[in-house]
Design a protein around this ligand. Structure first.
Ligand code: ADP
Ligand code: MG
Length: 440
């Protein structure tokens, strides 16, 4: 079996290079070669992910060449004494650049592929500054924003650019999730010293999704010391999160405090122009012929986040190419039917109707200026929900309720918010209405 495996490695070496094989594939241990499959054990999940992402195709092909077509299966064996993270050798020949010392970067997440709009301009500018002069200006750089808005893309771009300028730079890029699981593995194997040392030697540490550290006391402790060691030596730290540091629940005060030491930049959802530009860029990257009017149509209707936007485009592109049909608005309507329906489910009518049925009041009364208490509270709830779900302006909401003044609406929203905080029964009621609206 070992002989057969060595022949696979040799064949693979011819494809991806002997160095890569030594670094990534050699730490895998074959445990069985059957008529249908090759089973490999890895010292950690991280290695499996790296190999699956980067070398799986080449590995399958080499297996097929040497042994005939077989599945390649992986499993973790904690007892294997492999490298925690395959460490990039120093002083590697130039031209091979772009590879972090710890973790992996997504090749296409570069600054060149990132569309700048009003929503991400500040985060983008600070990311560029950090990539130009790591450790100098903003340390740490903390980028936060909702899911699918480009945080991971932007911080990958920082990693790429630093490595492009200085291929010898020791860059670590990983998600806080991976940091947690690798630390746990290190603790189990009694190798925490090695773990610490690895991280304290890097020039740049990019930790994606630090909200995953929430509630992980031991990891936070470890990360706290890593942070200090790097910061003292003016090594660049870049962090991302789905919320502002203060709002990450279950994060130790001293870490939160450190996260606020440098610069905090947010990414907001893109406006329609930026969405159109992003679609154009993606279409170009994916080789999809996207007419401007179709781009405008998708951008106008898909506004949740960039990941969905991208998903819609890819799906549409796939349909058009399968049907060998041009990309038209008609096709977009047909293919994106379900997405479009989900995108704009809520209207003022829907909110008012749901509130009325919850509280058994009449729509005409809700929209009227009557002030009796049994209608006043449902009306305030409806206003609050219009603000929350439609993000309409206060005057616009006033207009939806029989032409009330915007100050009345502001008051309603404030009252409901306060009461929801204070009264969990009331909060449950409002949430029930909200669910009814979503499920209608
Ligand atoms: P997050 O990490 O904030 O959840 P990602 O960085 O994973 O979001 O972005 C989701 C997808 O949207 C990725 O494919 C990314 O390339 C794309 N994306 C987000 N923002 C932009 C942008 N401004 N320009 C180009 N692509 C973007
Ligand atoms: Mg992300």
């Amino acid at each position: 079996m070992i002989q057969a495996w060595n022949r696979v490695l040799a064949a693979l070496g011819a494809k991806i290079g002997a160095q890569e094989v030594e670094r990534w594939i050699r730490p895998l241990r074959p445990t069985a070669i059957t008529a249908t499959a090759v089973r490999l054990q890895a010292p950690n999940k991280f290695l499996i992910d790296c190999v699956s992402d980067n070398y799986l195709l080449a590995l399958r092909e080499s297996v097929a060449t040497v042994l005939g077509p077989r599945q390649v299966l992986f499993e973790v064996n904690d007892n294997l004494q492999g490298e925690l993270f395959p460490l990039r050798s120093l002083g590697r020949p130039p031209g091979e650049g772009g590879r972090p010392a710890i973790g992996t970067l997504v090749p296409k997440y570069t600054f060149a592929n990132f569309v700048v709009g009003a929503n991400n301009q500040f985060a983008h500018a600070t990311a560029r500054a950090v990539a130009r002069q790591p450790g100098e200006q903003y340390n740490p750089l903390f980028i936060y924003g909702g899911a699918g808005l480009g945080k991971t893309h932007l911080v990958n771009a920082i990693g790429h650019q630093i490595l492009e300028r200085n291929p010898a730079a020791q860059v670590a890029f990983l998600s806080a999730d991976t940091f947690v699981s690798e630390l746990i593995a290190a603790i189990r194997r009694d190798r925490t010293d090695r773990f610490k040392e690895r991280f304290r030697l890097v020039d740049v540490l990019i930790l994606d999704d630090v909200q995953f550290l929430a509630g992980r006391e031991r990891t936070q402790e470890e990360f706290f010391h890593t942070f200090n060691a790097l910061h003292e030596r003016r090594r660049q730290i870049v962090l991302t999160s789905d919320t502002f540091p203060k709002d990450i629940a279950g994060l130790a005060e001293r870490l939160r405090n450190r996260f606020e030491w440098g610069l905090i930049a947010d990414i907001q959802p893109p406006d329609v122009e930026t969405r159109t530009a992003i679609l154009g860029k993606k279409a170009e990257c994916e080789g999809i012929a996207l007419p401007p009017e179709v781009a405008a149509f998708i951008a106008a209707h898909v506004d949740s986040n960039v990941r969905e936007l991208e998903g819609s485009l890819l799906r549409l592109g796939a349909y058009a190419s399968l049907r060998k049909a041009p990309l038209t608005i008609e096709l977009a309507k047909e293919v994106l039917h379900n997405i479009l329906k989900d995108q704009h489910p809520v209207s003022a009518d829907a909110i008012q109707t749901a509130v009325c049925s919850q509280f058994s009041v009449r729509l005409v009364d809700l929209r009227s200026k009557r002030r009796t208490r049994n209608i006043a509270v449902p009306r305030q709830i409806a206003m609050y929900l219009c603000r929350k779900l439609l993000q309409s302006s206060y005057p616009a909401i006033g207009a939806m309720f029989g032409g009330r003044d915007h100050s009345t609406v502001i008051h309603a929203v404030t009252v409901i918010e306060r009461r929801m905080k204070e009264d969990s029964g009331f909060q449950a009621t409002v949430e029930r209405v909200e669910r009814a609206i979503a499920e209608r």
